[in-house]
Design a protein around this ligand. Structure first.
Ligand code: BES
Ligand code: MN
Ligand code: ZN
Length: 449
């Protein structure tokens, strides 16, 4: 999708407010219109928001394919934020993942949105373009299956996508990870034939100012290990690297928009599989920080890789703050569904900024209480910690567990297990499959901090 400041188009998109006939979310052709005109129901004018506009326009490209309209003119809306939201909705409604199946409608799709000359709109649409291109990159990584996307190919794709934007991408494998003492991460990687890969992407937009660190869970497949997942639960586990895809998408958007910030994205990528050398229940392993961990479940692997990612990042880059993004627990799907990510922090100020950025992006985040009392749940008799805290409050104990590997850097943990992937069908404004959720929120956080 691209945009253009012009008034020549094949179809007019006409927002309709507070109408009985054209209800919120419905799309109708205007009878007797001179130029093909699609009425887009937005609900009551007073209640209209960027979120409702984005959702309403999501359905438009699918509808327009019938008419082979390639250029659409957006009428009446004048607020740059709402216009940009409409553009994003159209963009996401147009998204198709074509790696494994050709797009049969490729030559019928909407290509251009014509918009009016409005003060400040060009900047907004440029930003939206960077965000949407970056979220497409995230979606591509998440949608690609584990047979094709494993640590080495993830690293390769990150290099190809990010280096042209001036992001420095460093990649190293098992040997250097061993030298650095990333023991918890390597324990998880042990059961796979695929070489684990540490991916460090650095964007330098602010001289020698401190870095913000974005850390992503990078399980390119999670079988559960010896705590093997049942088949239906395992099916989508090619998407267990969505956290890493989100941070790589975010740093891409930050670089494309040339934000004057320093950002490092860190991914410890590996697979959680089963073989003769895989880690086992009952094992006690060590970690980069030196704390020992008793393995109660080989399926609670994400927190092990992230524990090392967080302590390594803190020790190496001394970042001003750290955000980790992870498909960490099934519990967050039960608690918040596909509507919001769950969050845990060690710093209220940073959490406030994160929630604000998320709200601005229409990517909702809900803070979970991180009471001391929950920490009892992952105490171990024979090790410093155990890697699960039982069934209760699973998202909170997972988050607090991560916090045990951070010394004093402000940090927010985002559990995105419920929001990064739509298994059954599209849900406006997200296509079926990978959503790209979180790229915008991280971008706005970095931008405004
Ligand atoms: N990758 C999963 C979490 C997950 C579940 C992501 C559903 C997306 C959808 C994670 O590694 C996991 O298996 N977590 C366990 C932790 C438990 C063993 C403490 C879980 O949530 O069941
Ligand atoms: Mn798991
Ligand atoms: Zn996992």
């Amino acid at each position: 999708m691209k945009y253009e400041f012009s008034e020549v188009a094949d179809v007019i998109l006409k927002p309709v407010f507070g109408s009985e006939k054209v209800k919120k979310g419905s799309l109708l052709l205007e009878p007797g219109a001179e130029t093909l005109t699609l009425l887009v129901g937005l609900g009551e004018r007073e209640a209209v928001s960027t979120a409702t506009v984005r959702e309403a326009f999501f359905g438009v490209p699918g509808e327009l394919c019938k008419y082979e309209a390639k250029k659409a003119l957006l009428s009446e809306l004048e607020d740059p934020a709402l216009l940009a939201a409409a553009f994003e909705g159209l963009w996401m409604g147009n998204y198709v993942f074509t790696r494994y199946k050709e797009d049969k409608l490729a030559d019928k799709r909407l290509e251009t949105l014509c918009v009016p000359e409005v003060e400040g709109l060009k900047e907004k649409l440029e930003e939206s373009t960077h965000l949407m291109e970056s979220a497409d990159f995230t979606r591509y990584l998440v949608n690609t299956r584990a047979i094709d996307l494993y640590p080495e190919t993830l690293a390769q794709l990150a290099k190809e996508e990010l280096e042209p934007l001036g992001i420095e991408v460093e990649v190293f494998g098992r040997k250097k990870a061993q030298e650095l003492g990333l023991k918890a991460y390597l324990a998880v990687a042990e059961g796979s034939d695929k070489e684990p890969q540490v991916i460090i992407a650095k964007y330098n937009g602010a001289g020698d100012a401190p870095y913000a660190a974005l850390i992503g869970k990078g399980l390119t497949y999670d079988s559960g290990g010896y705590d093997v997942k049942p088949g239906d639960g395992m099916f989508t586990m090619f998407g267990d690297m969505a956290g890493s895809a989100t941070v790589l998408g975010a740093i891409r958007a930050i670089a494309a928009s040339k934000l004057e910030k320093n950002v490092v994205a860190v991914v410890l990528a590996c697979e959680n599989l089963i073989d003769g050398s895989a880690y086992k229940n009952g094992d006690i392993i060590s970690s980069h920080l030196g704390k020992t961990i008793e393995i109660v479940s080989t399926d609670a692997e994400g927190r092990l890789t992230l524990a090392d990612a967080l302590s390594y990042t803190e020790a190496t880059f001394h970042p001003s703050y750290m955000i980790d993004v992870a498909t960490l627990t099934g519990a967050v799907v039960i608690a918040l569904g596909d509507v919001a990510a769950g969050a845990v922090t060690n710093n209220d100020e940073l959490m406030k900024d994160m929630l604000k950025a998320a709200e601005h992006a229409d990517e909702l985040i809900w803070e979970l209480p991180a009471y001391e009392a929950y920490k009892e749940q992952y105490k171990s008799t024979f090790a410093d910690l155990k890697n699960t805290g039982g069934r209760g409050a699973g998202t909170i104990t997972a988050g607090l567990f991560l916090g045990e590997f951070i010394q004093d850097t402000p940090w927010v943990h985002l559990d995105v297990a419920g929001v990064t992937y739509r298994h059954d069908k599209a849900k406006p404004p997200y296509p079926q499959g990978a959503s790209g959720y979180g790229v915008k929120a991280l971008y706005h956080l970095v931008k405004n901090r």
